[in-house]
Design a protein around this ligand. Structure first.
Ligand SMILES: Nc1ncnc2c1ncn2[C@@H]1O[C@H](COP(=O)(O)OP(=O)(O)OP(=O)(O)O)[C@@H](O)[C@H]1O
Length: 594
């Protein structure tokens, strides 16, 4: 089970991680109307140099805000802040060795509706391959055993305690058997038994040659002594790196002796909290001590072969697995979801039925009513599905970012789109079946069937539109405000409120990206093409429309509607999918907030 390996004989005692002059800072923030920066640049990591050896099990300690998390994230090559200096694994840039390092963040993010086993099966399938493979099954079972997750395999993840979630998070990360494991506060929130259990497993990993780095907050004496080395940080600097014995010696050399029976970790942290002089003295000592890293012989990059146990499942398999995971959570809510949908559609259909009872397109009065009815059923479906997709990413975006690299962004978007297909079918079927009973449709069965098929087809670009907008605005939280502004020009193009034949040419592009337009164009054509004669009373004062074709002409709908509207639905779905994909890609690039 080897991930990112290298020629062992050649480099048995070599350095694994080498850090040179690492500096990380937050960028200046400027507003476009002021020249002066609104927020100055802040240095988080200040010129860190050091090296980590094979088999090291290190505790990273320091006061809050010392930069421990930023340091760990930089070591994993996942820091998105501006930086200089270098982090290399076996003489290779950390970013060139993906999969060699895995990071377990401080905060867990899971799909709460899944059970522990379902989550682990999903991750195994995505990262390692089929769960039917005995090797993968053995890995999965051994992690369940090792992290004492067996009693919880059927418990929903959302129902686990904080500590149990931590164990699950570690087990998930270890599935891919990383060569370097970085854990941000792996024992926080665990009782002493589980904390020791976790530390024990991590220590065991390090004895196999892997590097395990953990930031720890106020570790107990028992826990602290399990670590083979200590990295002490304060004010963004690495003040000490070495064994616990050496740490004691260094502190004593600057006149700081840990009292007997006092927790050494707590003593070191206290000594560097709010004491500039202690920090300065340790910086001076460490500058000399850390030179040993420069003296050690580096591995030749050409001898390093980065490979990793995780595999990339093919795109279709990824979509399938993501859909399978979504279906598991949906299955648990299916009764509520169906009931909600049913009530919404029945109430809507009944209101429409009552308002348009007996409406027929064969009379002059009926023309207006049928136009209204057609507009309302198409807009109900479009709004119903696009707004249900609008908040799809709100809760999932953190999970998506956390799982970056596990599956492709496009696979995730497509699986989310496909998960709405049942709604795109059920909604129109119910709505047309109930609402059309009240109106006078020519060749009822045929027309109602055509309406249903059309509304199902129109629901797909509508969902893509909702998801696309959701992906574009998910991180800003303003989606609820943006949607109505984008909806307005699109629904104006439906032809229900404007005569499309007299649109100014500059508005044409809006018409062609309006799913309302294609849906109204098609449904109007289906209905009005069957109306050969519209009665015109002798006492009618205004001009009469004489047949369905005249109604279509008046509205500005096309004649070749099947080809144009089908093409419109396809292109529009692609258009919103591409925009949604780009939105998600942008979120992915921003990185996970560790
Ligand atoms: N993306 C960021 N933007 C702005 N400031 C940041 C960012 N990330 C970290 N910081 C700041 O850098 C400092 C170090 O943060 P970091 O989380 O690395 O510290 P830490 O030692 O892990 O703290 P704790 O032990 O409390 O988790 C903090 O003052 C934090 O506010």
């Amino acid at each position: 089970m080897e991930l990112c390996s290298y020629d062992k004989e050649q480099a048995e005692n070599d350095l694994v991680i080498r850090i040179k002059g690492l500096k990380v800072w937050t960028p200046e923030e400027k507003s476009w109307w002021r020249r002066k920066p609104t927020k100055a640049k802040t240095v988080i990591l200040n010129n860190i140099t050091g090296c980590i050896r094979r088999g090291e099990f290190a505790a990273i300690i320091g006061p809050s805000g010392a930069g421990k998390t930023t340091f760990l994230v930089s070591l994993a090559g996942k820091c998105t802040l501006p930086s200089e200096g270098s982090v290399t694994l076996w003489a290779r840039n950390v970013k060139e060795c993906p999969g060699a390092v895995e990071i377990v963040p401080q905060h867990e993010v899971f799909m709460d509706g899944l059970s522990v086993m379902e989550h682990l099966v999903f991750m195994t399938e995505m990262k390692l391959g089929s769960c039917k493979d005995p090797r993968n099954q053995a890995t999965l079972n051994s992690l369940v055993e090792e992290f004492k997750l067996k009693p919880h395999v059927n418990t929903p993840v959302g129902g686990l305690s904080g500590g149990e979630k931590r164990l699950l998070s570690l087990a998930t990360t270890l599935l891919s058997d990383p060569q370097i494991l970085i854990c941000d506060e792996p024992t926080t929130g665990l009782d002493s038994y589980n904390a020791l259990l976790v530390v024990g497993v991590l220590k065991k990993l390090s004895t196999t040659g892997r590097v395990v780095l953990c930031s720890v907050h106020q570790p107990s004496c028992d826990l602290f002594k399990e670590f083979s080395s200590v990295l002490l940080m304060a004010e963004g600097r690495l003040l000490f790196h070495g064994s616990q014995e050496e740490c004691k010696e260094v502190f004593e050399s600057i006149g700081l002796r840990c009292p007997l029976n006092y927790n050494p970790a707590e003593f070191y942290i206290r000594a560097v909290s709010n004491s500039k002089s202690n920090v300065q003295r340790l910086v001076e000592v460490s500058t000399n001590r850390l030179e040993y890293c420069d003296g050690a012989s580096p591995v030749r990059p050409d001898l390093v072969h980065c490979y990793n146990r995780t595999i990339q499942r093919n795109w279709f398999k990824q979509v399938y697995l993501l859909l399978w995971r979504l279906s598991l959570t949906l299955k648990r809510e299916i009764k509520n979801q169906l009931l909600q949908l049913f009530i919404t559609v029945v109430v809507t259909s009944m209101v429409l039925g009552v308002a348009y009872v007996g409406a027929s397109g064969t009379t002059q009065r009926g023309v207006q009513q049928i136009r209204g009815f057609l507009w309302l059923i198409t807009s109900e479906v479009s709004f119903g599905v696009s707004y249900s997709a609008l908040y799809a990413f709100e809760y999932e975006i953190a999970l998506f970012k956390r799982e970056t690299g596990v599956y492709k962004c496009s696979a995730y978007f497509v699986s989310r789109l496909l998960s709405f297909i049942p709604r795109c079918i059920i909604y129109p079927v119910l709505l047309v079946s109930i609402a059309t009973l009240a109106v006078d449709l020519p060749s009822y069965i045929m027309t109602a069937t055509e309406f249903t098929v059309l509304l199902i087809l129109s629901a797909i670009p509508a969902v893509a539109y909702g998801l696309g907008m959701a992906a574009l605005f998910t991180s800003t939280g303003i989606i609820g405000d943006v949607m109505p502004c984008v909806d307005l020009p699109l629904l104006l193009m439906s032809g229900a409120f404007l005569r499309l034949s007299s649109l100014p040419p500059w508005m044409y592009p809006v018409k062609y990206i309006s799913h309302f337009y294609y849906a109204m164009d098609a449904i109007s054509n289906i209905y009005w093409r069957q109306i050969d004669f519209i009665d015109c009373p002798t006492n009618e004062t205004s001009t009469c429309v004489k047949d369905g074709a005249a109604v279509l002409l008046e509205n500005g709908y096309v004649t070749d509607y099947i080809l144009q509207d089908s093409l419109g639905f396809i292109l529009l779905t692609l258009f919103w999918c591409v925009l949604g994909y780009l939105g998600l890609k942008r979120e992915e690039r921003k990185g996970y907030a560790y």
